[in-house]
Each structure stands twice: as structure tokens, then as C-alpha cells.
Design a binder for this molecule. Sequence first.
Ligand code: LIP
Length: 256
Amino acid sequence: MTEKLVQIIKQAAEIFKQGYYAQKDITFKGKKDLVTQYDVAVENFLKEKFSTTFTDFNIIAEESDNSNIEFNNSIIIDPIDGTTNFVNQVPHCAISVGVYKDKKPYIGIVYNPILDELYTAKVGTGAFCNNKPITVTNNDQFKNALISTGFPYTSSSNKDDLDFVIRNLKSVLPNCQDIRRLGSAAIDLCMTARGTYDGYYEINLKAWDVAAGIIILQEAGGFITNEKNQPYDIFGNDCIVATNNLIHNELLEHIS
Ligand code: LIP
């Protein structure tokens, strides 16, 4: 199934690349939440191909009405994760596809067509970037840790969410090596999986932002919980805390 998924995702990537360099029609789903005609075009392409190729799976996708779709055997699609980057030609944006069987993680694929970086993982068989195995860092010193985070779109309208961002920056930043914010949750998880970052946290993500990346990170030796050190629910609103495992507890201590 992985090979077939990759083949289809690489076809969709042609639409993605064409859009990245083109003039875009931008509409707003929320005050900060953008969508372009290319998000819709990539999603429609993937949905059509996946629904005819993988008939045992239903599809949950960012730009679609998912209200009547039950999460079970599901393919979860983010056609463009990092749409703000895509619109501004910042090359950190990707197609993200997570496959779940009986609600359990099965296959994760994140493809950045601009940098031509393909992250793949199937549960139990490791994680790869462009077919080379990847693993998390072995750094156990939080003071040396490079941490990634993101700012939720809701920080423009919800004071509690803005406070969460500021409070936790104030707590994490002075205690770690540094913080990065590149604007794609899917890629942030993959960069933690490949050992660029030691850890990552963010609130209010959607299932399509993380469905693939958490499988890739887990297969690379990473550890993922919510801010209370409980299992992270991809359909919930908790903070995702995703690390190399070794600095997990210390990152949790700085998140409130
Ligand atoms: C975005 C993320 C980004 C996060 C935003 C948003 P989109 O996904 O990946 O990192 O900060 O809240 O969810 O909307 O570009 O697919």
C-alpha cells in the first residue's frame, strides 16, 4: 500500500508545485486560516485516486465536509500542510497522508515537493526520508535541545490560546538551546523524527496536521503525549508534545 500511496502523492505533487510558483486565489476559513484553489485541487485529486484504489478505507480530508465520516479504516489527508508558507513561497509545506486501520496508526507519508523530501513509515518497519532510515536525536540534555513549536490560528481570536503561546515560550525558551517555528506541523514532526529537532509542541492542531507525522516520529524512536503526559488524541484539542523520548519529561515540566 505504501508504494501505491507514494505514487499517487507524487502525481498530486505536480499540482502542488505548479501552484507554489503561481498566482493564487486566497480565501479565508478563519481570520488567519488560508485556503487556496490548490489546497482544493490537490485534495480532490487525492480523494478521487484513493477512493478508487483503496476501497476498504474512507477518507477524512481538511477541505471536505467530514461530518458523516466515521474514523475507523481511514485515510486522513492534509493536501497542503503549511498553507501560509505555500502562499508566501516559504519552502516548508507538504502533502500529509496518514492511514489508520481500526483507528490504529498504520502508514504515514509526508511529502515536501519543493525540497523533494519524502518521509515514509509503516508501523513496525521504521521511518525513512527519501528511502534512508531516520532516527530521533540521542540528546538527553534539555539545555542543549532545539525545540520546535507553532502558533495556533486561534491566537488571533482566543486570548487563552495567545496566553498559552506566550506563557510557554517564556518557560521553554530560557531553558532549551533555542526554539524554531517553521509553520507546518507535519514537517515539524518529521524534522523531530530525523533528528533536526529534539522536540516539538503545539496546541489546537487538527487530525490532518498530525495523522502522518506522528506515525513517522514514533517509527523513528520518538514519543508523543499530550501536555498531561497522557496518550495524544489526534481528534482532540490538547497540546501535542512530541520528542526524542529522552527530553520528554523536561519539556513537559515547562508546558502548562
Ligand atoms: C497549519 C499547521 C501549522 C499550524 C497551524 C495549521 P495548515 O496547517 O501545520 O504548523 O501552526 O495551526 O494547523 O492549515 O497549513 O494545513
